[in-house]
Design a protein around this ligand. Sequence first.
Ligand code: AOF
Ligand code: ZN
Length: 372
Amino acid sequence: MVSPEGFLFLYSAHPMTTEFDISLLHQAARLAVKGHGTVEPNPMVGCIITNKDGEIVGEGFHEKFGEAHAEVNALTMAGESACGGTAYVTLEPCNHQGKTPPCSKALLDAGIKRVVIGASDPHEDASGGGDFLREQGIEVEIIQDVVCNEIIAPFVYRIKTRLPWVTCKWAQTIDGNIETPESESNWISCKESQQLVHEERGCVDAIVVGVGTVVADNPSLTVRGAPKYRTPVRVVIDPSLRTPLHSNVLNEDAPTLLAHAQGVDSSAFSSHNLIALPSAGGVLELAPLFQHLASEYDATNVLVEGGATLFEHIFSQNLANELWIFTAAHRSILLPRVNMNTLVDSLTTTLIEEQPSGVDNAMRLFVTPFIP
Ligand code: AOF
Ligand code: ZN
């Protein structure tokens, strides 16, 4: 998940918009991302209200699915001082009665005179708040700000494709190796990076690994030492069903789904959740799995944690939306079996964020085009 501080790309300027407007929108974006893990499948949204003198009088974000929207939380804080003021909202205010009443009407009723919007809402039922407010004589600017659009990318992607947003996360040595020989430490990345991964695990809907990783590392794929806003379903890509029955991934700590090739004998796994997928040459077709995660598990965000073979298949099937790469500052003692640096070079990516994570370097990239 993206933190607005790290964005390298600025907004596409709007003639009426000032730097002050953009900085308040980005402040609203920093509020919005606090909803990660608790608002999905809704979008993360933040809102700042200034009074008629341009002073901040209200702040809010969409905190929990089904509960108050960002604008309502900010208006509640602002009270009467919102009258005559400006609302900065990262997403176009909703214009429908959903689980909550329309935010467009709430802004109008509060006497807001100007609304600065970071991104349009592609949701068929909720969209149109910008037009409604304009028709009521309110000054509305929709900026299509890069930061605000990046925050809602998983929401938009799911609406347009019915697929969850797929983030491929790995830790590698500087020369692109993600597999460590036993003589090296089991962990490539540092403690701080591992902590970040657990925090993200607690916010996503599914964690996916290949069976090779299950056999080699026996991972638990659970959320540990971090808030557990969600319990991600553990998914093993296991074409011929060779997951050892005593693997940690099959314990009771979280639900697990085994994805195997159609026609494979699954009788030994009859007490487990299974999905049979089409395959060619032993490689599973993964789009139906991701569709299944969206429709049956309501998944918005999926974290793929390797190994290299699974990444190769996800990339070649054009299913990766985001890469989250932790690079340690040392080389591998062996030549990589798969060089992840070369693999990433085969994709078209946009760098979103790059910052230190303990002694590692952490990068986020969007894979383009992410909307087929
Ligand atoms: C806003 N502000 O903070 C959010 C919006 O079922 P509901 O009532 O929660 O509505 C969900 C839809 O509203 C969601 O799909 C998206 O289009 C929009 N989300 N809109 O004005 C907010 N979270
Ligand atoms: Zn709303």
